[in-house]
Write a protein of this length. Sequence first.
Length: 166
Amino acid sequence: MEILFHTSFRKCNTNRFRFIAHLLMFWGFIVLLIVTLFAILSTLFFEYPLPFLNPIKIAGNVGGFMLLCGITIILINRLFHRKNRIKTNYMDWWFLGCLFLLTLSGVFVELGRFLEWSSAYLIYFIHLVFVWLVIMYAPYTKFGHLIFRTLALISARRKIYSRKSF
């Protein structure tokens, strides 16, 4: 539960916007991952593409909005607060830029499909390139802490519980 709701992060009052940004990014990413898995299954077994008012499509749009808001908060925080510039490096900026462009291209894919743009497939190709970049670079950036922090918390909890059993 600590990971899902960022309970430790919530206790920090000095940088409230970082908590909100992380929470928006985390849940937006999770919602979009679930919607993407559903979309893959839908293309195989059901009618696809989904209509605009389908609950899954609405969830995807909400997840995309959450992710875009979270990334925007982080970008603004990094660009306009001097103390945050020191803590970042090239790979963090590269990944954040790719994630921002991935989210933005997803918005344009959605618009292109519903407005029947002739360039919708080109935009979708660009979107898939950013999907690949985000997946490939994730372990080498701060986004990797999603996996590494989860494993560290699980390991720490196991050690605590194993000591209590003796």
